[in-house]
Design a protein around this ligand. Sequence first.
Ligand SMILES: [Zn+2]
Length: 317
Amino acid sequence: MSEKHFASQADLVEKKVSFDRLSDHAYAYTAEGDPNTGIVIGDDAVMVIDTQATPVMAEDVIRRIREVTAKPIRYVVLSHYHAVRVLGASGYHPEHIIASRDTYDLIVERGEQDMQSEIERFPRLFRAVESVPGLTWPTIVFERRLSMSLGKLQVEIMQLGRGHTKGDTVVWLPQEKIMFSGDLVEYAATPYTGDAYLSDWPNTLDAIAALRPEKLVPGRGASLQTPEHVREGLHGTYAFVTELYAEVQRGVAMGNDLATVYRDTYAALQPKFGHWVIFDHCLPFDVSRAYDEATGHRDPRIWTAQRDKDMWLALEG
Ligand SMILES: [Zn+2]
C-alpha cells in the first residue's frame, strides 16, 4: 500500500451542492458525498437536520432554504454528536436544538476531543472554522422518541437503536414516508465506524427498513428518491458494516494483531467498496473500532487528535 495522507487532509476539491425537493415539506442539501443536511418545512416553522460544520457553511444552506420558504428556522435536530454535523448550529439562530439523551451524554463526555480530532481530519469541511463559537449544546433532550407537530405536519424524532454512534437519531415524516437517517445510512460513501456499535448496527437498519421509507436522505451521498433506491442504500450500508465486522472477527479469532487485521480487511473490502468516497480515510478508524469491539470493548474509546495520529502511523506508516 502506498503511503497515504492522514485522513482527509489531502482532499481539497470543493463539491457540487444539490438541493433536492422530496415533497412540499422535505428537502435535502447534499454535496457528492460530503455531510448532508435535511430540511423539514412545517406550516409555521422550518426544522434543519444536521447543520454543516461551521456557521459560515450554514449560510449556504440558509440561502437555499430562503429560495423555497420565508418561514422561520426554529428547530435544529442533531442526528448524532459528530462535530462535522453539529458545529454550524449557531448559524441558524434556532429556538431549539434537539438531541437524544445518549447524544447529549457523548457531547459532555467527548465533544471537545471530537471537535479537535475532526477539524484535523477534514480541513476542507471546516471552512471558516474560526466562526465556530464552541460546542453545540442541545436545549431539548429526549429519550427514545419525540413527537412534534409543525402545524398539520407530523414529525417523529426517534432513536431506533445503536449503529454509527450510541445516540443515533432519525427524523421520520410518517404522512409522507420520508426519512432523514443521519450516518446510519450512507449512499456510495464509506460508513465511518470509529465510534460505532457494529453488532447492533444491522438491527437498527432493519428497524429503519421496517418503517418502509419511500424516500430517504442518507448522512452522505445523494438523496434516495424511490423505494428501490432506498433499499439499495440500506443494503449497501448493511453489506459494508456486516462484511467489515465479519472480516475483523475472523482475524481476531485467528489471533492476529491489529496491523495484520487491518491489512487483511483492507484487501478484502477494497475491491467491493474502495470506490466509495472516503474509503481510505475511514478504513483505519473503522478497523480499529471493529477490532476493539471484537476483543471485548463494549463502548468505543475516545478519539483524540493524538490518538488519531498514533493510530494512522501504526497502520499506514
Ligand atoms: Zn458521524
